[in-house]
Design a protein. Sequence first.
Length: 118
Amino acid sequence: MSKSQRAKEWNLLHPRARLADLTASFGRTEVPKSLRTRETAEAKERFATEYAAIQRRWAALRAKPEPLPLKQILSLAGRVYQRLTATLEDEPGESPIWENFGRLNKKVSGDESRLESW
């Protein structure tokens, strides 16, 4: 159930939607959000938009996680690599960071099973 209520402090309208099945995972029984308006007609329009966004978030929380395909994993790894190299291009960072990285790399190199635990 959802409805719009006026906040007493500023007389602004706030949509309130009850979480029935997501209370345990979300940790709240209601989700209030300000519509940032005092106009009832405008609040009704904004309420519809906000309620649709809340429903999309709840659908994402209800959905079970799906495994990523290898192509998407490689794409994400490429993005991380590009950001890392762009960040370190001008200033590579402190030497203790790279010493620690080298130590960890030596520790896991040669043993494929160790890479998963790292």
